[in-house]
Ligand binder design. Structure first.
Ligand code: HEM
Length: 152
């Protein structure tokens, strides 16, 4: 009986001392509603950005919105699967340079500020987008000739 009590006590102490799980980045971004707000705020920012707006002249904005929400959900460990085209296919032929990239990051930060996303979560999301930089900026290196989704 004493052994049994000891086992139960040890199990209870172990359960109580388990660290609380850290929230995922998806949760820190406000889950689906928060990410949707961030993307809608970004679209608003892009609408007033003379440098970036021309790139979206022929874009199906409904699709862009949907795919970006999926992508941000997936990279933040949310319950989503990105179903859009590859970053190389999408951005091929745009002739993007660092000033375009920086302008988009600036608009994304403004979109997150507006959505009251904490600075730590903002930085974590940006750091998860950084690995895509090369594919977005040098798409040709990732594509077979003739596989870009839009002509230059
Ligand atoms: C890490 C950086 C970036 C990420 C993660 C990203 C992500 C995306 C995603 C998910 C889509 C939609 C894909 C689809 O429709 O299948 C998209 C489309 C697009 N992106 Fe980016 N993007 C990035 C950088 C940029 C930059 C710097 C520009 C500069 C203008 C840009 C301009 C566009 C445009 C114009 C489209 C729409 C293309 C079309 O009309 O089909 N993106 N991007």
């Amino acid at each position: 009986m004493r052994l049994m009590t000891s086992i139960v006590l040890v199990a209870l102490v172990a359960a109580c001392s388990t660290k609380p799980t850290q929230p995922t980045l998806y949760e820190r971004l406000g889950e689906q509603d928060g990410i949707t707000t961030i993307v809608d705020n970004l679209l608003y920012e892009l609408g007033g950005n003379d440098t970036l707006l021309p790139f979206f002249a022929k874009t199906d904005i409904g699709r862009f919105r949907e795919k970006l929400i999926e992508q941000l959900c997936q990279v933040s460990d949310g319950p989503c699967e990105y179903t859009g085209d590859s970053m190389a296919q999408v951005h091929a032929g745009m002739g993007l340079n660092d000033s375009h990239f920086n302008a988009l990051v600036t608009d994304l930060v403004a979109a997150m500020d507006e959505a009251d996303v904490a600075t730590g979560a903002q930085n974590d999301l940006l750091s998860r987008l950084v690995p895509m930089y090369d594919e977005v900026m040098n798409p040709d290196a990732y594509l077979e000739p003739g596989t870009a989704s839009q002509a230059p």
